[in-house]
Design a binder for this molecule. Structure first.
Ligand SMILES: *Cc1c(COP(=O)(O)O)cnc(C)c1O
Length: 397
């Protein structure tokens, strides 16, 4: 039988990281020794006290049942998230109505689309952006309108660039600061402007914020919820994946507008039934406990960022040091597309980077390098990039 898939699936852009994994396999099969600066999957240690709680929780038979506290999440987890928002941002949240647990921020992005977008509705997605926003909107049957992020504005979305008809029609706007892939950051002033725009146009804003804790040099990422009126229009997604090196555990949170939270919870109730309770207990330990592992993780990324920026500049690449995230957004030499550059770097240097075009048309001209690799591998990759002299901007003029 020839299985017919849905229009939705056929409309999905190819998932970038699957394509990257395929290229890595091919190169390895050809005998190339590959170092991947591709996927942003943290390799650091999960805090030991968090592992201890998970181990003990796994032994507790009460955790073998469906997740306690319904799909919304364990009351203790929601309270820990609310307390964390209070400590970290000075934002007050009602943990009963304004917080829910997520199976990672990725799940939240998908389920909020299913909860808020009808077929044909308009969703505003920045360009470039993490591909999951477009994919989630497409799976919900929505129409995606891309909004350019421009380097000269620090990659902060300008609502004035959204055509009035699209602004009126739009139901949802995705934002993501600190930003993957560009490393750009937001200010509270910027969030104020966005919240005003959302109010005027009746648009729900999703701020996907999994990098809020990976900030360098005294910079602290703000929360969109720390703006007057934000809870009328906005929800923020957080994640333990990047902060606590827990990507495989699948836990994150949504916070903000209660109707949006309810919509997400309703979808979850009918699809996944929530997060493994033992993982939620461990997440409480992560949020409430000592943050020294986070400090060490951030210090490691800051060190790698400095090394990468110095080495790439020496090799002729005009890179800016990001203030947050573990990505470096690097312009490719004139005359090469991001895909050409990424392919040639893989063939000549055995280094994998992600072509910017995978994040949208506006990502063309750049590649993304991930710093979520051990120091030695990063240094080796940087040395190889420097040696791939015929690719470098100075050699190409
Ligand atoms: C890594 C990443 C996620 C995924 O986070 P999970 O909580 O692991 O699902 C979501 N959004 C962005 C922008 C990311 O880079």
């Amino acid at each position: 039988m020839d299985v017919r898939t849905t229009e939705r699936l056929r409309r999905l852009p190819p998932f970038l990281f699957m394509e990257t994994r395929r290229r890595i396999r091919e190169a390895r099969a050809k005998g190339i020794d590959v170092i991947s600066l591709g996927v942003g999957d943290p390799e650091g240690v999960t805090p030991p006290h968090v592992l201890d709680v998970l181990r003990r929780a796994a032994d507790d038979p009460s955790h073998r049942k469906y997740p306690a506290g319904e799909s919304r999440g364990l009351p203790e987890f929601r309270a820990a998230v609310a307390a964390w928002y209070g400590r970290r941002f000075g934002v007050h949240l009602d943990s009963d109505t304004e917080v829910c647990a997520l199976i990672g921020s990725k799940e939240g992005n998908h389920h909020v689309a299913l909860g808020l977008l009808d077929p044909g509705d308009v969703a505003l997605v920045p360009d470039p952006a993490y591909p999951v926003y477009t994919a989630s909107a497409v799976l919900a049957g929505a129409r995606v309108v891309r909004v350019p992020l421009r380097p000269e504005r620090g990659y902060r979305l300008d609502p004035a660039e959204i055509p009035a008809a699209d602004a009126r029609a739009a139901r949802l706007l995705w934002l993501n600061y600190p930003n993957n892939p560009t490393g750009a950051v937001a200010t509270r002033e910027f969030y104020r402007e966005i919240v005003g725009f959302a109010h005027r146009n009746d648009i729900v804003v999703i701020n996907d914020n999994p990098y809020s804790e990976l900030c360098f040099g005294g910079y602290r990422a703000p929360s969109i919820l720390d703006v007057d009126g934000a809870k009328d229009v906005a929800v923020e997604f957080g994640s333990l994946s990047k902060t606590y090196n827990m990507a495989g555990w699948r836990i994150g949170m949504a916070a903000g507008n209660r109707q949006v939270i309810d919509a997400i919870v309703t979808v979850k109730e009918n699809t996944d039934t929530g997060v493994f309770t033992a993982v939620q207990r461990a997440a409480v330990a992560a949020l409430d406990g000592p943050q020294d592992v986070v400090d060490a993780t951030v210090a490691a990324y800051a060190r790698r960022r400095d090394r990468a920026v110095a080495a790439l500049r020496d090799a002729g690449y005009a890179v800016d040091p990001p203030q947050a995230t573990f990505y470096v957004w690097m312009p490719v030499p004139v005359g090469l597309t991001s895909m050409d550059f990424a392919n040639r770097l893989l063939e000549t240097a055995g280094v994998v980077v992600i072509p910017g075009v995978g994040y949208g048309d506006r990502g063309e001209g750049f590649v993304r390098l991930s710093l979520a690799v051990p120091d030695e591998l990063l240094d080796e990759a940087l040395a190889r990039i420097a040696k791939a002299g015929d690719l470098s901007p100075s050699a190409r003029g």
